[in-house]
Write a protein that binds this ligand. Structure first.
Ligand code: KPL
Length: 316
């Protein structure tokens, strides 16, 4: 039987995963916020939600089922959580009563900290976490078509998924089947925590700076002064990783340079949040690094200064 996945969080990543599942002929349901569903149902009686997936010049259209947590008709067995890190605790808390025992949950958040909190709220479930380098952005919803979402797959990346608790290492078959979703390159791994750390380390040297300089990722590389700032952040993060015995002998500067080159034309997720008036995830990125450092009695002056500068500009 085909697994029916529910996706909690209809941002760019949630829409990309929903569209990718539909493209591969799999059923899925987007779980929206109550207010969002009310706006849609209040606006039109003929409700045929549509998800458009755009890549280069190709546009595909998929019908999609939508609901909110109050209108879920059957217990959820398979859930992908794509809410922002800052919204995840509340979202998971609210959805928990609708989950079956042993439901399979995949958490896809930027940064770290939110996965651990979510895991502690989902004791009866099998919880995996993932980290992705897929690039996606969502068009603002057109008020004339409130039940239509358009997501752009801006860059194909890799997604790594792994069990959050060491006592649950076996790959559930429904997660194994996700690896056959054509558009997404999903790889199970047994070191997800290391991979989450590496992504966090990279984002910690890019995202906040792009918000300060209001620039594309590549402009951190081409401007010597900005590149120096990236290096200072990388250097401090490397010291922290060494103290935590994470990442072996990785060269964070070199990896970050490669990511900046590959995503040169992208606006980081943080700059997109700022431009759209949303709270950023930086407290789960640089904030998480600073907390870890504090626990170890270490100072990260560049990260500290970056967070203060962001605060002064009203960026949270
Ligand atoms: O993951 C990213 C993000 O924007 O959050 C990077 C790697 C910076 C790519 O844009």
């Amino acid at each position: 039987m085909t697994d029916h996945w529910s996706i909690l969080g209809a941002g760019a990543l949630g829409c990309l995963w929903a569209a990718s599942l539909r493209e591969s002929g799999r059923p899925c349901t987007l779980i929206l916020r109550e207010q969002r569903l009310q706006e849609i149902t209040g606006h039109t009686t003929h409700l045929e939600p549509e998800l458009q997936l755009v890549e280069a010049n190709r546009r595909q259209r998929f019908t999609i089922s939508i609901t909110d947590r109050h209108h879920i008709t059957a217990p959820i067995q398979h859930l992908i959580v794509t809410t922002k890190a800052k919204d995840t605790q509340q979202a998971v808390h609210d959805i928990a009563p609708m989950l079956t025992d042993n439901a399979i949950i995949l958490l896809l958040q930027n940064g770290m900290g939110s996965q651990e909190t979510a895991n502690s709220l989902l004791k009866k479930c099998i919880v995996w976490a993932g980290t992705t380098t897929d690039g996606a952005w969502k068009e603002p919803t057109d008020s004339a078509y409130p039940a239509q979402w358009t997501v752009h797959h801006a860059g194909h990346g890799q997604t790594w998924i792994g069990a959050l608790s060491p006592e649950q290492p076996l790959l559930p078959s429904s997660l194994a089947k996700l690896a056959t979703v054509k558009r997404l390159s999903i790889h199970p791994c047994d070191d997800i925590e290391q991979r989450l750390w590496l992504k966090l380390a990279i984002n910690g040297s890019i995202n906040g700076l792009t918000a300060i300089h209001q620039c594309r990722n590549g402009e951190l590389l081409t401007c010597p002064e900005r590149w120096q700032q990236v290096n200072a952040l990388c250097e401090e993060t490397t010291q922290l990783l060494l103290r935590l015995n994470i990442g072996g002998d990785i060269n964070l500067q070199a990896i970050t340079r490669e990511v900046l080159q590959r995503t040169a034309n992208n606006y980081s997720s943080t700059l997109q949040d700022v431009s759209n008036g949303r709270k950023t995830e930086l407290s789960f990125i640089n904030g998480f690094l600073l907390n870890k450092a504090r626990q170890l009695g270490m100072n990260l002056p560049s990260h500290q200064a970056l967070m203060e500068q962001l605060k002064q500009r009203g960026i949270q």
